[in-house]
Design a binder for this molecule. Structure first.
Ligand code: PMP
Length: 368
């Protein structure tokens, strides 16, 4: 018998399935890399802002030194933007890092973590990675049922994950619902409010979660530079919470979890409001382009508040995988979501107008 390493809860983890890299699809299907269109990982189709690229180049000359472990300059920008002191901020290697840190800091093996069905896959991974017990609450209209989630909390619950907007479904929870939830949750349960797609919300939907952080010592808001700010490859995110929570996260993070080029680029990107506006505008236009095509094709989709749309491409459980493969052969990479329990659906990241058009064209050809 071969030796088994590690605890059973680690061995039971199903690895994260990311969007296929362009180079891999080119190799697998014998396609020209330059012609492949990737709408699979909710990246910013504009790429990174020019301002951030410049800041990175400047940071290169100092790369022989370790980064600022406390990320002073980056925290300074966040402080000004969100009106919270530096010791309320945790920097992360992507916001994924913040989610992991929260699980490590607050959950012991056997204790429970509450999250919603069809919510971001990393909540399950982070929970399992620390031997936590997942309490998965049935979704309502593909989104979080916050009332049911509050009721699902037990004596041993230490953490709740909420994504707003949610990935992969794109659903949105209005501010009043989240506030009611925060009121209902026991004070010893940490609530992670994951706002990775916040910057795509229309102005009338925006709300100030940092005001809640001031009111609720058990609230941790997480944000990322990977989406609207266009820095997915650099890996920068941050968490905002009161010191009682932040202090623990900072104790267990790697001392240099955000590299110097990433810190420099993040400072520039956060200050680049023109790029952010351009990204949001492009996304709104792309959303219209995709959903008008889905309407014309009679395809069901979940109204989305993020930079992607979940669309049902058939009524049999093989539909998602089948259409996905047919699209891959045509050089279009989207995201199958069978691993989320949504085998009839595909998640399409919103791209540039011509990328969206190429996807729509290919979809028309591969649909039965
Ligand atoms: N939260 C949600 C809801 C996401 O969709 C993602 C990215 N897929 C993340 C967090 C993590 O992104 P990052 O680590 O790049 O910040």
């Amino acid at each position: 018998m071969s030796i088994q390493f590690g605890p059973e809860y680690v061995r039971a983890i199903a690895p994260y399935q990311g969007g296929k890299p362009i180079s891999e699809v080119a190799r697998e299907f014998g396609l020209d890399e330059a012609k492949i269109i990737k709408l699979a990982s909710n990246e910013n189709p504009l790429g990174m802002p020019e301002s951030a690229k410049q800041a990175m180049f400047e940071a290169v000359s100092d790369i022989g030194r370790y980064p600022d472990s406390n990320g002073f300059e980056l925290k300074q920008v966040i402080t000004t933007r969100y009106g919270v002191p530096q010791d309320w901020i945790t920097l992360g290697n992507g916001s994924n890092d913040i989610l992991e840190l929260a699980a490590h800091a607050f959950v012991q093996p056997g204790q429970s973590v509450v999250y919603a069905q069809y919510s971001f896959a990393v909540y399950a991974l982070a929970t399992q990675g620390v031997g936590g017990r997942a309490i998965v609450v049935a979704a309502k209209d593909y989104g979080h049922d916050l009332k049911a989630m509050a009721e699902a909390i037990t004596e041993d619950t230490r953490l709740v994950f909420i994504a707003n907007p949610n990935n992969p479904t794109g659903t949105f929870l209005p501010a009043a619902d989240i506030e009611a939830f925060l009121k209902a949750v026991p004070k010893n349960v940490v609530v992670v409010l994951d706002e990775a797609y916040n910057e795509y919300l229309a102005p009338e939907l925006q709300y100030e979660s940092t005001a809640w952080v001031k009111q609720y010592p058990n609230l941790l808001v997480s944000r990322t530079l990977s989406k609207a700010y266009g820095l997915a490859g650099l890996r920068v995110g941050f968490g905002i919470a009161q010191p009682a929570v932040t202090d623990l996260l900072n104790r267990i993070r790697q001392p240099f979890n955000v590299n110097s080029m990433a810190q420099a680029a993040a400072v520039a990107a956060l200050n680049d409001s023109d790029f952010l506006k351009k990204s949001a505008r492009l996304n709104a236009e792309g959303y219209r382009q995709l959903t008008e095509a889905f309407d014309a094709l009679g395809l069901e989709y979940v109204p989305s508040f993020g930079n992607f749309v979940l669309v049902r491409v058939g009524s049999e459980d093989s539909a998602g995988a089948r259409i996905n493969l047919a699209l891959l052969k045509r050089g279009i990479i989207v995201r199958p979501v069978g691993n989320y329990g949504l085998p009839q659906w595909l998640r399409i990241s919103i791209g540039l107008p011509d990328e969206n058009a190429a996807f729509i064209d290919a979809l028309k050809k591969v649909l039965p």
